[in-house]
Write a protein that binds this ligand. Sequence first.
Ligand code: NAP
Ligand code: MG
Length: 739
Amino acid sequence: MTDSTIIYTHTDEAPLLATYSLLPVIQSYASAAGIEVETRDISLAGRIIANFPEYLEESQRIGDALTELGEMTQLPGANIIKLPNISASVPQLKAAIAELQSKGYAIPDFPDDPKTDEERALRARFGVVLGSAVNPVLREGNSDRRAPLSVKNFAKAHPHRMGAWSKDSKTNVAHMEADDFCSTEQSFVVASDGTLRIELVAADGTITVLRESVPVLEEEVIDSSVMHVAALHEFLTRQITRAKEENILFSVHLKATMMKVSDPIIFGHVIRAFFPHTFATYGAALLAAGLNPNNGLGAIFEGLATLADGPAIRAAFDAELAAGPRLAMVDSDRGITNLHVPSDVIVDASMPAMIRQSGHMWGPDGKESDALAVLPDSSYAGIYQVTIDDCRANGAFDPATMGTVPNVGLMAQAAEEYGSHDKTFEVPTAGVVQVVDGSGAVKLRQDVEAGDIFRMCQTKDVAIRDWVKLAVSRARLSMTPAIFWLDPSRAHDANLITKVERYLLDYDTDGLDISIMTPEDATKRSLDRIRCGEDTISVTGNVLRDYLTDLFPIMELGTSAKMLSIVPLINGGGMFETGAGGSAPKHVQQLVAENYLRWDSLGEFLALASSFEHYSQITGNARAKVLADTLDRATGTYLNEDRGPSRAVGGIDNRGSHFYLALYWAQELARQSDDIELALAFAPLAETLGAAEQAIVAELIAVQGAPADIGGYYRPEESLVSAVMRPSATFNAALATLG
Ligand code: NAP
Ligand code: MG
């Protein structure tokens, strides 16, 4: 890699499959302009392999690309295109390990219930690939996400379907009112660089150090908070009764992927609360068998098969399932409930999906139904209640006329909750958890009972300053009102408000409309404006960044995958995330079943254009600018001509959409007059692709309908995927002429 190489990431599932078709186009176009595009493997399987070299043969080992990219984000020349990757739950991690083992990689088994020091160490090593392990390493900047004008206009002209809302909808959000992370939050601003220790002082005075030393910087904001599990359990029990009484679906929405320590534990409490008798009778037996509710009902049911009294335990579960409220389903055909897998229902995606669908989720009978959405912690749950109330009162949003809500998110340097995993603990005994500074002064104190979840969060001052700057510059560039979503009654937010008010003074905000509102009020104001076709920038912390960049795009565009998602790295580099969506596992199933990939690479096109643009600014390479501008126009044509993948066999899929992008891009390059040499280089290709359009589309459609063998899920065979994803000999031959 040189100072100015573009890095394209090799990830998982649908975006990985799409890469095998799109990257050859990107690399040949870029290389014709003298720009190198390299790849780095940050797939789940790749990360597992990279972390266990001593178990593997020399030829199987690969470097730790994630760590390398993490270091690269510090360089001013960094230019990384980041595709979505799997945030692995424990079941996914185990499946990936099993696949690697079957391919001859001697990766050790994941220890479910580590008992020895050796097993605990192994478990900790797997911890670095578990959950959202990639994004926090790469996100060394704040986040700038919006729907580009071309995309927004396309969505207005071709509005997606929105489920109608009824004024009688019984759908609501339930959250705790006290004793949760939000209500217990304490916060302080660090006076000078140093370290903090987190310790548990038990009732008898014994001190257990939970974290020996957390480095902190001057002016950094530190918070602590606790989820009291007795109150959580009582709350959950009440909501289960409520859903039953109101005869609506019971559903729980967490973020077990990103909040990988706290949320699986909370998920486990939901299961305990739903099956109180089963756990009273068999809890000890389940525990002894290593069947932990934190991994979901599905894993317990599987494990029961090996137990002597498995059938009796299963009967106890089934009896309570039948007696309880109807459960929201992930897949009613296969009997997969909301409680089967902790990461099946992920709040940022699941709540917008429900709101788009008339406030419905799917019930056990396979039909849509109103639902109680349980989001235990009250920090952000209110925004969804406001949105639901708004839809109940005013009907569904209209994508043809609605305004847009771009986001400027505080994300850099593992800000706030999303960086708290290594400071989150399930407290072993009752006492006080305290945060102590280098001088021995106790800065924060939380009373805890055994089993409570304690967490400490950090937010660096440079990140906050950069966030305020980005907010002002976005507000100025788009002349759009900007709202900081901060709640003065939350300890952390109160500290942020003080800083925001101070840092705003450093900028010329004349003529700009910048305000600070609670998340609920900000939601209401943004929704009122959106219904009038007006735009409002949301300036939020890390969690709301994640939630809102799904909520608004899903309502406005039908998917967050069509967002432009830029991370201006604090040290000057650029990271370009493709869309805000995930890796669409369902799309892989369809490809394997019928050789059809419905993944839309629009997010990749948008990211790539921004990456070329950034490249030209950093290196002064004018050709990169030509590539960016022509790609931008080609993407506009792609949208206007409706060349995105359709959903079913017979239409053009992901591969066909790449052909059209390549065609339009070549035509734009051939047509532009900023760089005649480049125009001449692309003219023959534009000609060939245009002439061969029908032949290529026919070749691409001919392969559809039969199963496709890609030789694996987490680590598919390169030669097989490449063959599946590049089935048009005519297209491949035309591309090869560029070199
Ligand atoms: P998802 O992958 O976004 O999929 C939800 C649905 O959104 C898909 O089934 C698909 O709808 C639609 N979709 C998303 N991207 C699309 C695209 N480019 N083209 C067409 N349709 C698209 O969400 P998920 O199932 O919640 O998450 C799957 C995995 O992705 C998880 O492991 C999650 O942790 C990870 N994830 C990663 C990132 C990241 O790396 N930045 C972000 C979010 C999630 P249809 O099925 O209706 O076609
Ligand atoms: Mg999200």
